[in-house]
Design a protein around this ligand. Structure first.
Ligand code: GLN
Ligand code: ZN
Length: 766
């Protein structure tokens, strides 16, 4: 029996990689210094794995920005627009081209937009979307993976290179030209994979982890055929080297006949997410092949229930040759924080229930020991049982009042007073906004200054009064700037907030927080998800004070700004002792109270952000309806207490929404602002088939890049939107919040946006 993990966090236990990247981007450190920081992180990750006693360690799970972007470079699929910045003398694109693909580049007359970014399956991690064209060429650039392999040799690590398989690689990407099918590119792509396998074989590799996460989805015949033809082509190169087909985030059993027919040597399955698949897999997966059991949850931070995991392992072992079994994490540990030992301030009761990446390494190794020789580790086994039991029985989990309120909900609690058409009229009279109203999504630049003040405040270095005076001044300036730019609906700017989920979690009961438990969200951006351990309630109003203060500074309407229940759920580590829907309903009630309090305080527009709604969508179609039903119910529960005159907005981003647009309409928000500029408004295609009933602001410029759009660009996008949307339906706004941007580019971009809105307004009147 062997142990392995599918990947390790790479941002550094103190976010060293984030800091180094950001310094490099702003010219404060050299390329060599950045490369050295990356090397140090890899070394420390591998050492942790060696110390834990893992049999195999992943290689190429490290990335300076994103593992899909690394693969794009590895297969030579750099889009044509970056050619002008590729150094003609070097074969492979260098680090600067790599970062330009991720972030765009606008300097010295060069102006190249970034590649699109979207969510990695149902996680809050974002990957760079591969772009394919009809005459796409591929070419192997294996330097990264090979040099990382070299590093493992010095450390004595047993390396298992990790790559994304060819079919998933195509499925992750997008055709950038019409009238061709990306699967036509397989014949071009597979030789590159063969060359790669050849190189790895030359390096004495035994196992390659080939991630094919799409194997858990509902595959079309064409996709299945792509799997068959690809893998039969790849086997020609194997000659002793073994492929571990790796799946996660859902159940692969629906495709097990296909998977069993592929010539691989091993299959990894996610038993944390889908334990029920084990029996089907044991029945159908060929007995002479290896099976990797993902029993340690890579998506959550709860201590492993060793008894449950051992039961799964024993079940497998009863029908399998132990030599051919692997014990593993369910997926890459990318999605969990580094090390629980850093959290000195957590309550000891809660701490005892948790396990981060470092601890999960030990759990994987412990499971093997406990399976082989339980007598030797009886004490640890008993301790695990006690700890698991203590959480389920703990008093801090249960609030009868909350449960009672949930039990008494009726269908009226999920409905606005009148239908949208009536509300729209009343809101129009009340707000008096022009055609194509302009607004932003909520946050304004979180400058160094703002972050410094907040961190000093958190460390009790400044008083509440001083801190609040500072925030108030920032808010006032943001309001003035918005007035000067000419925006119609203003926001207070969110200067008092660190993070859109943490800010609310900190004020709600049932949550706890960590100090260093950062998880990568995209590139150098990390989030520190709160931990939901118990029933949730809101002791007192959370945002009323700042919102009303901002409203008192201006005659224009200021939107109240809240995070929605599904997003709070999705971006937290959620208790696993009750269904997620139940936890979401409790959060929805807390937000509902906040919405009501904002309204009572005179706030006329309230935005409830749900950027994470789409990412929670189950990968298998059969589970989707159930999820959407409760997710949308929770949004409606949170927002339906208000009068018809009060305008509810929502915002969504980072995903593609075309496939759930009808459900989004069921949320019945009066206005939705939604990301789509990076994809050139592909979202709008959905409205050809489906007439979106309420108001909508498709984002007109990309806020993930410092690039300033031209008036023309924005005008063109607005015109494109008007081809499928009614003029009195269209709002004008950026793609997302502006917290990661600088003021300079923000003001310029918003001015261009307002000018474009004016231009379209004026055209409309002639
Ligand atoms: N209101 C939030 C902001 O502007 C929304 C962020 C998001 O959608 N991710 O920052
Ligand atoms: Zn957003």
């Amino acid at each position: 029996m062997k142990t392995h993990i599918l990947g390790y966090p790479r941002i550094g236990s103190k976010r060293e990689l984030k800091h180094a990247c950001e310094k490099y981007w702003s010219g404060r450190i050299s390329k060599d210094e950045l490369l050295e920081e990356g090397r140090k992180i890899r070394e420390s990750n591998w050492r942790a794995q060696l110390d834990a006693g893992l049999d195999f360690s992943p290689v190429n799970d490290f990335s300076f920005y994103d593992q899909v972007l690394d693969m794009i470079v590895m297969i030579g699929a750099v889009p044509g627009r970056y050619q002008e910045i590729i150094d003609k003398d070097s074969k492979a694109p260098g680090l600067d081209v790599y970062f330009a693909m991720a972030r765009g580049k606008q300097e010295n007359g060069i102006d190249i937009p970034a590649m699109e970014m979207t969510k990695w399956f149902d996680t809050n991690y974002h990957y760079i979307v591969p772009e394919f064209v009809q005459d796409q060429k591929f070419q192997l650039n294996a330097e990264k993976i090979l040099s990382e392999l070299e590093e493992t040799k010095k450390l004595g690590v047993n390396p298992k290179p990790v790559i994304i398989g060819p079919v998933s690689m195509l499925l992750l990407g997008k055709e950038k030209e019409n009238d061709f099918d990306k699967f036509e590119l397989l014949s071009e792509l597979l030789p590159v994979y063969r060359k790669l396998i050849h190189k790895l074989r030359e390096n004495g590799i035994e196992w390659i982890q080939v991630d094919e996460p799409y194997l858990v989805t509902d595959l079309s015949e064409e996709e299945k055929e792509a799997y068959r033809s690809s893998y039969s082509e790849l086997t020609k190169e194997l000659d002793g080297i073994k492929l571990m087909l790796t799946t996660y985030f859902d159940d692969v059993s629906k495709n097990i006949d296909l998977v069993s027919s592929l010539p691989s040597h091993g299959l990894h399955i996610d038993l944390s997410r889908a334990p029920d698949q084990l029996d089907v897999i044991l029945g159908k997966w060929p007995k002479e092949k290896c099976l990797s059991l993902g029993v340690v949850n890579g998506r959550n931070i709860w201590k492993n229930n060793i008894e449950n995991s051992l039961a799964l392992i024993k079940n497998a072992s009863g029908q399998w040759d132990d030599d051919k079994l692997f014990i593993a994490t369910s997926c890459s540990l990318l999605h969990v924080p580094y090390d629980l030992r850093l959290e000195k301030k957590l309550s000891s009761e809660i701490r005892d229930w948790l396990s981060f990446a470092q601890q999960k390494l030990q759990e994987v190794v412990f499971l093997k020991q406990a399976f082989l020789d339980p007598g030797k580790v009886q004490e640890e086994l008993d301790a695990n049982k006690t700890s698991i039991q203590s959480r389920l029985e703990s008093k801090v989990l249960h609030q009868p009042k909350v449960r009672d309120r949930v039990a008494k909900l009726t269908s009226d609690d999920y409905k606005r007073g009148s239908e949208f058409a009536i509300r729209k009229k009343l809101q129009k009279e009340m707000l008096g906004l022009p055609m194509f109203p302009t607004t932003t999504i909520g946050s304004f630049p979180q400058t160094k200054e703002v972050r410094k003040w907040r961190s000093r405040f958190k460390r009790n270095k400044v008083s509440v009064e001083e801190y609040e005076k500072f925030i108030l001044e920032e808010t006032k300036q943001a309001i003035r700037k918005q007035e000067n730019i000419g925006l119609d609906v203003l926001v207070h700017g969110e200067f008092e907030r660190n993070d859109m989920v943490e800010y609310f979690g900190e004020q709600l009961d049932g949550f706890t927080f960590t100090r260093y438990a950062w998880v990568q969200s995209y590139g150098s951006r990390c989030v520190k998800p709160p931990i939901i351990f118990g029933d949730i309630s809101r002791p007192k109003p959370m945002t009323v004070d700042w919102t009303t203060k901002a409203q008192n500074m201006t005659d224009r309407p200021v939107k109240g700004m809240l995070t929605g229940p599904v997003t709070i759920l999705q971006w937290s580590f959620v208790r696993d002792d009750q269904p997620r829907s139940e936890t979401a309903t409790q959060i929805a009630l807390a937000i509902r109270d906040e919405v009501s309090d904002l309204e009572s305080a005179g706030v006329k527009i309230i935005q409830v952000d749900e950027p994470a709604l789409r990412e929670g969508l189950p990968l298998s179609k059969e589970n989707r309806k159930q999820y959407l039903d409760w997710a949308i119910d929770c949004f409606r529960l949170a927002t339906s207490s208000v009068k018809d005159e009060t305008q509810i907005h929502t915002h969504m981003c980072y995903s593609e929404f075309n496939d759930i647009i009808e459900h989004i309409a069921l949320m019945d928000a009066d206005v939705i602002t939604i990301e789509c500029s990076r994809s050139q408004m592909e979202l709008l295609d959905a409205f050809i088939q489906f007439r979106y009933p309420n108001d909508i602001g498709p984002g007109v410029y990309d806020i993930h890049s410092p690039r300033v759009p031209s008036i023309k660009e924005v005008t063109v996008l607005l015109e494109k939107a008007l081809e499928v949307l009614a003029p009195d339906q269209l709002w004008v706004n950026p793609d997302c919040g502006l917290k990661t941007r600088k003021w300079e580019e923000t003001e310029k971009s918003l001015l261009a946006m307002v000018d474009a809105a004016n231009e379209v307004r004026n055209r409309g009147s002639v």
